[in-house]
Design a binder for this molecule. Structure first.
Ligand SMILES: [Zn+2]
Length: 412
C-alpha cells in the first residue's frame, strides 16, 4: 500500500496551503475529476435504490444542535459558534438535524415510508492541527450521507439494504473491508442516557448483521453519542484501521425532533431514523482509494482513462482524431505524441492509465488501434470504433476488470 499524502501530491490530485489552513486541502483538476466521478456514481446507485436527493445549508442555529444533542455531547468536535445579529450560528457537525427538519416540514402517511433522503453535503469538525495531514483528518468534510425515515418493522430491512449497497460500491471500487464492527457505547458521559433505547437499537443491528451473514466484532466505546452503529472498517498503508461506511438505527433523534407519521389507524406514530453512509466522506474514500490502488484506479474512475500513442509524427492526425472521438463518447483521453519520447518511455509514463491505444502506420491506414492494458496485456489491432464501444461499456457498467476474459484469450 502507498501513502496517499505523498502519492496524492505526485499525481496532482490534491494539495494544501498554509494560508488556507491545516486540514483544509483543495482538489486539483485530476482529483476533482475523480471526486466528481465518485459522487455521480454514488448518486446513481442511490437513485436506483429509491433515494431522493436534497441540499441543505452547512450552517444552522445553535438551538438546532441543542435539540439534536450535539451541543451537549459533541461540542468538543465542533467549531465555535459565530455571533450574527444577536443569534449564534454554527458550522454543522453532521447532516442529521437538517434532514430531521426536512422530514418534519411535511406531514407523512405510513404509505410514504420508507422515505429515503440523501445528500452529499458539507460538514465540519474542529480537528486539532497536530493530527491533520492529507485527506484523512480534515476540518471540512463532504459526506455521502442519507437518512431513511421508516416504521420500526422496516428498519432492519432498510439497514440490510444499505449494507448491500456498501458491498456493491466496494466491488465497483475494488475496496476490501478490513472488518465489520458493531460499535456500542462505553463508559462516561459522552453518550445519551437511555439504556432501553441503546438495548433496542443494539439488538436490531445485531439482527441486521446476523441476517446478512457477516462476521463482525462488537466494540464498546465506538458508538455515536445517540446510538450504536455498524462500522465498515478499512486499513491504511500503515495497517491503521478507520471507519469508511456506517449504518445506524436511531430512536433518539426522532424523539428529540418529535418525528412521526400517520398510521393506518389515523394515529401518530414515532418514526425510526436509519442513518447510513455508503462511501463515508469523499476525503477519506479518495485517500483510501489512492492507498489501495497506488493511483491505478478502476477504469471508470481514472482521471485519464485512455492515452493515445502515435508511433511517429505521421500518425498524429489519426491520434488527435481518436482523442476527439473518445471525448464525444464520454471517455477521458489524452494524446501522448512522439515529441514526448520513445514509445517505451511514453508507455511507462502512462503506466497508471488503464488503456493505451497505440497507432502505427498500419493501424492509421485501417482506422484501427493496438490496445495495451495497464496490467501488461496486449490486444491485437482492431477497429477503433469497436475499442471505444468496448471500453465505453466497461466504464458505464463500473466494472473493475480492464477487459473481458474471453478477449484476452484471442490476444495470445
Ligand atoms: Zn445521520
Amino acid at each position: 500500500m502507498h501513502d496517499h499524502r505523498k502519492l496524492g501530491r505526485e499525481l496532482g490530485l490534491f494539495d494544501s496551503d498554509p494560508l488556507i489552513g491545516a486540514g483544509l486541502p483543495y482538489w486539483l483538476p485530476d482529483g476533482a475529476v475523480l471526486r466528481h466521478t465518485l459522487e455521480e456514481y454514488i448518486r446513481g446507485v442511490e437513485r436506483q435504490a429509491g433515494y431522493r436527493h436534497v441540499y441543505s445549508p452547512v450552517l444552522g442555529k445553535r438551538e438546532l444542535y441543542e435539540i439534536s444533542g450535539h451541543w451537549s455531547h459533541y461540542s468538543e468536535d465542533m467549531f465555535p459558534p459565530m455571533d450574527l445579529g444577536g443569534e449564534q450560528v454554527v458550522l454543522r457537525p453532521s447532516l442529521c438535524p437538517h434532514h430531521a427538519l426536512i422530514y418534519r416540514s411535511r406531514a407523512h402517511s405510513y404509505r410514504e415510508l420508507p422515505l429515503r433522503i440523501a445528500e452529499l453535503g458539507g460538514m465540519y469538525r474542529a480537528e486539532l492541527s497536530g493530527v491533520l495531514g492529507g485527506l484523512t483528518r480534515v476540518r471540512a468534510i463532504q459526506l455521502n450521507d442519507a437518512h431513511i425515515f421508516c416504521t420500526l418493522d422496516q428498519a432492519v430491512d432498510e439497514a440490510r439494504a444499505a449494507l448491500e449497497l456498501i458491498r456493491l460500491a466496494y466491488r465497483a471500487l475494488g475496496i476490501r473491508p478490513a472488518r465489520y464492527r458493531l460499535s456500542l457505547p462505553g463508559e462516561g458521559g459522552k453518550y445519551v442516557a437511555a439504556p432501553e433505547m441503546w438495548q433496542r437499537a443494539g439488538a436490531l443491528l445485531t439482527e441486521v448483521l446476523d441476517r446478512s451473514g457477516l462476521a463482525y466484532e462488537s466494540v464498546a466505546g465506538e458508538a455515536a453519542f445517540y446510538g450504536p452503529k455498524i462500522d465498515v472498517q478499512v486499513a491504511d498503508s500503515a495497517g491503521r484501521e478507520s471507519t469508511l461506511s456506517t449504518v445506524q438505527i436511531d430512536f433518539h433523534q426522532p424523539e428529540r425532533f418529535d418525528l412521526h407519521y400517520i398510521g393506518p389507524d389515523s394515529a401518530r406514530h414515532r418514526v425510526v431514523m436509519v442513518h447510513r453512509s455508503i462511501l463515508g466522506s469523499m476525503e477519506r474514500a479518495v485517500a483510501h482509494l489512492i492507498e489501495q490502488h497506488g493511483g491505478a484506479f478502476p477504469a471508470w474512475l481514472a482521471p485519464t482513462q485512455l492515452v493515445v500513442l502515435p508511433i511517429s509524427e505521421a500518425e498524429l492526425p489519426q491520434a488527435a482524431e481518436l482523442v476527439r472521438r473518445c471525448g464525444a463518447a464520454g471517455l477521458r483521453a489524452e494524446l501522448s505524441g512522439p515529441e514526448l519520447g520513445s514509445l517505451g518511455a511514453r508507455v511507462r509514463a502512462a503506466r497508471l492509465v488503464p488503456y493505451q491505444a497505440v497507432i502505427g502506420a498500419r493501424e492509421a491506414a485501417a482506422d484501427q488501434v493496438a490496445l495495451r492494458l495497464r496490467d501488461g496485456r496486449r490486444l491485437p489491432a482492431r477497429p477503433a470504433a469497436e475499442v471505444l464501444a468496448r471500453v465505453g461499456a466497461l466504464v458505464d457498467a463500473h466494472r473493475a476488470e480492464l477487459w473481458d476474459t474471453d478477449d484476452t484469450d484471442d490476444a495470445a
